[in-house]
Design a protein around this ligand. Structure first.
Ligand code: FES
Length: 330
């Protein structure tokens, strides 16, 4: 079985044959016998018309000499191509290389022209690679489609679209965003102003309150029952030879601390700086500059003692003489 020739070898043989024929015609030699030509040329090559015979010994013209030189050069090139090539696996690029030399586009891999096509192209004087189809155009990678956000349950598509439009309108442009921020800041300012205008609620005890009947207070006693809640001592004692019930305010006249009633010593003692006050409220020791103050007091229509802290009476001002500052008892 004959060895299968590579494309390169077939092309080289065809070119060599063509060059031989050209040389023979240039030199005026007799064409090879039809039998020899049939043996050397491939079966597919059509027989060439016989060149005109020239008489032996006829002198060569300049044209003939130039043609012989060109044929010799072509024969040398063919001999170079006909060098034995080691059998290697066919590379995908011979056609591509030949095309690259001519500046034509390379054929796509796997679409190399067949041997017959190449021979036909050589006979017609064309480049085999001319018939190679153009490579397919590169496709642009498609952009991945991002998944849309999930629609919340209970919201229709129209509601969602409307909400999205509102949000877009609020933040779409810097102008809209600035107005939105201005609106939010204004609302916050109005809320703060409203809170400032509303009064703070303070759970203070009422200024007027009842502290029982006069019979509840024995002479020479101090009641601390209402000190914690109302800040007063209710005292039944003598002042200037007169038995009285009066209400002393439990605030030290030095710096405002709350003195303690010491039953054993019969005095009010301030824990802050040591001021002392008699049962009558007169100061007698420590830094306190003046006596304790009295609150308003009276017998209510129901016979109960009513204290009014909104009114105060100061001894150094002679206010203890006011009947509203005391309740006389027998
Ligand atoms: Fe009472 Fe100073 S506050 S003595």
């Amino acid at each position: 079985m004959a060895k299968k020739l590579s494309t390169q070898e077939i092309l080289a043989a065809a070119r060599a044959e063509k060059a031989k024929q050209a040389a023979a015609s240039a030199e005026g030699a007799a064409p090879p016998a039809p039998a020899e030509a049939a043996e050397s040329a491939p079966a597919e090559i059509a027989p060439q018309p016989a060149p005109p015979k020239k008489a032996a010994g006829t002198p060569k013209s300049t044209k003939d000499i130039l043609a012989a030189a060109r044929a010799q050069k072509a024969a040398g090139a063919a001999a170079t191509v006909e060098k034995p090539v080691p059998s290697q696996p066919a590379k995908p690029g011979p056609v591509g290389k030949a095309v690259a030399k001519t500046g034509q586009p390379a054929a796509a891999a796997g679409e190399r022209p067949s041997v017959q096509e190449m021979l036909k192209a050589v006979r017609e004087g064309r480049k085999p690679a001319e018939e190679a189809p153009a490579p397919p155009a590169l496709r642009k990678p498609k952009k991945p489609v991002l998944p849309s956000k999930p629609i919340p349950r209970g919201a229709t598509a129209e509601e969602k679209a409307g909400r999205r439009n509102v949000l877009l309108a609020l933040v779409a442009t810097p102008f809209a965003a600035a107005w939105t921020m201005f609106g939010v800041a204004s609302a916050a300012g109005l809320l703060g102003m409203a809170r400032f205008m509303m009064p703070n609620i303070v759970n203070e005890p009422p200024s007027r309150f009842k502290v029982g009947s006069p019979g509840d207070y024995a002479p020479g006693t101090v009641s601390t029952k209402y000190t914690a809640q109302y800040g007063v001592w209710v005292v039944n004692a003598e002042y200037q030879g007169q038995g009285l019930i009066y209400a002393l305010i439990s605030i030290c006249t030095h710096l405002g601390c709350t003195p303690n009633w010491l039953e054993g010593e019969q005095k009010f003692k301030c824990p802050c700086h040591g001021s002392g006050f008699y049962i009558t409220g007169i100061n007698f020791e420590g830094p306190a500059p003046r006596p304790l103050e009295r609150a308003g007091i009276r017998i209510a229509p129901d016979g109960m003692i009513e204290v009014d802290k909104s009114v105060k009476f100061q001894q150094e001002l002679g206010q203890w003489e006011d009947p509203a500052s005391k309740v006389e008892v027998a």
